[in-house]
Ligand binder design. Structure first.
Ligand code: ADP
Length: 495
């Protein structure tokens, strides 16, 4: 046991931090070859825990157990599954403080944000526990007198899941909740940076009575081995992945041989547009939330802020004033609003984007410097005079950098906003009703925030268009991603 004192001393329930993986129905303390990897606190560099670095063989074993468990689980009634999932939900809520602490220690976000993520994740479980009872089929008016046409919905089966490090609790919640609710099983792999949150959920799953084998958490340093196993194993019906578009492409290629079903939540390059009829103060608050939550490390982060010419100076001034109030530091410390970035590569990318923007005529209004708190802390930065030639306008920064672009007309900004291969989310602030509909319809994204910077909720469908993904998570549409439609043609009926 190497669990670090920072974590251990503050936990109410110390058994929530495990240094083992959940492989099917068993907890595995060690990999067959004995290899392990460390989980590190990005704020301090301390090693938090050590986990077994499992192989494809372990993932295969999890699949064997999951296949068996899934058959029995799918036979249970929706109400029965709902009851079990609600128990898991209650434990998730009861342990929110500990889960938040684990999350902040391994991921870096401020404790209050981490707690928000735990409750947000739990909300998916609650929602889908309720939906478990409402997986309705259909009876379609027939085309022939002696036939009846029935449509039934059945679970796809066993689902492989790969999740990223930016929301170690919520990203698995959005997948495992609908999957289990409709009768699927899941073999999941958390990001190597942040596996402790998902493992804690697996501990609670055991306590809630989730059947053994139904939910596996495979810890591994190499994600590609797990991805290859999931895409090539014929017993895996579907892969659900949240992460970069690049890895989404790899999984799609790998899954092609077996026409593997895919749910993909990939990268974004969200435009945040402020029109001259907007409430500027509200737009500033919205931009703060959409840009700086999780230090800018969310796939729906405002990546490009477009402000109409007449209000450009006012917006930049008010926005920069707010940004300069952000407090960078260790997420465990009171008052901190921006934690560290996840790793050195993330820091390098933000620095590259800042340097490139300055090179091309941008000016720093706030931040831009190196923080003396440690190697992974980046000062929240605002750059004015941003242009389409800059890397920030094409690539996802995934850090606390806000480039502010100036535009003149509605047509111009719609064209700029859509000039990207990504299409996850977009935001705009305006008051004119006709303009609101026009722009909401014109943005090529899956999610639009109008006069709000926060769009995530379990009751709405979350997902992207273009190269931002396939499928939707959350809402009643989210259950469909884990269901097959079967049509039954019932002949020989009396006429
Ligand atoms: P991010 O930029 O958010 O780290 P990635 O797509 O690199 O996005 O990572 C998201 C998740 O995908 C992580 O769990 C990572 O370990 C995993 N991953 C990375 N490469 C592969 C791969 N080749 N096959 C399967 N999963 C992968």
């Amino acid at each position: 046991m190497v669990v670090h004192e920072t974590l251990l001393s503050r936990l109410k329930d110390k058994t929530l931090v495990v240094e083992a993986a959940k492989v099917g129905s068993k907890w595995a303390q060690n990999a067959a070859d004995g290899t392990r990897f460390d989980v590190v606190n990005p704020a301090t560099g301390e090693v938090l825990a050590s986990l077994p670095a499992l192989s494809a063989e372990d993932a295969r074993q999890a699949v064997v157990d999951a296949k068996q468990a899934q058959k029995l689980w799918a036979k249970r009634t929706g109400k029965d599954r709902s009851v079990v999932l609600k128990r898991w939900h209650q434990l998730w809520i009861d342990n929110a403080d500990d889960l938040a602490l684990i999350l902040t220690c391994e991921q870096g976000k401020p404790l209050a944000e981490a707690r928000g993520e735990i409750l947000y994740g739990a909300s998916y479980l609650e929602w889908f526990a309720e939906e478990a009872k409402r997986i309705y089929g259909d009876i379609i008016p027939s085309h022939a007198e002696n036939l009846r046409i029935l449509v039934m919905k059945q679970p796809v089966g066993l689902v492989g899941a790969i999740t990223p490090w930016n929301f170690p609790n919520a990203m698995i919640a959005r997948k495992v909740a609908p999957a289990l609710a409709v009768g699927c099983a899941m073999v999941a792999k958390p990001a190597a940076e942040t596996p402790l949150s998902m493992l804690a959920l697996a501990v609670l799953a055991d306590r809630a009575g989730i059947p053994q084998g139904l939910f596996s958490v495979i810890t591994a340093r190499s994600s590609s081995e797990f991805g290859k196993e999931m895409t090539s194993n014929p017993d895996v019906a579907k892969i659900t992945f949240t992460g970069s578009t690049e890895v989404g492409r790899i999984l799609m290629r790998q899954g092609a041989d077996q026409i593997k079903k895919l749910g993909l939540e990939l990268g974004g390059n969200a435009p945040f547009i402020v029109f001259d009829d907007a409430d500027i103060d509200a737009a500033v608050d919205g931009a703060m939330a959409a840009k700086y939550r999780n230090a800018g490390q969310t796939c729906v982060c405002a990546n490009r802020i477009y402000v109409q010419s007449a209000i450009y100076e006012t917006f930049v001034e008010k926005f920069s004033a707010k940004v300069s109030e952000l407090k960078v530091g260790n997420g465990l410390d009171a008052g901190v609003t921006i934690g560290p970035l996840i790793n050195a590569a993330s820091v390098a990318k933000v620095r590259e984007h800042i340097a490139d923007a300055l090179d091309k005529g941008g000016e720093i209004v706030v931040g831009g410097g190196v923080s003396d708190l440690g190697p992974l802390f980046v000062e929240p930065t605002v750059i004015r005079g941003a242009t389409a030639t800059m890397a920030v306008s094409r690539e996802e920064t995934f850090g606390p950098l806000a480039p502010v672009f100036r535009f003149e007309t509605v047509e111009e900004v719609i064209a700029l906003a859509n000039d990207t291969e990504f299409g996850l989310s977009g935001y705009f602030y305006a008051r004119d009703m006709a303009r609101i509909f026009r722009v909401a319809e014109a943005l090529e994204v899956g999610i639009v925030g109008v006069n709000t910077g926060l769009i995530s909720t379990e009751v709405a469908p979350f997902g992207g268009v273009k190269q931002s993904g396939l499928g939707r998570e959350g809402s009643r549409y989210g259950a469909d991603d884990y269901l097959e439609i079967k049509y039954v043609c019932l002949g020989g009926q009396e006429v």
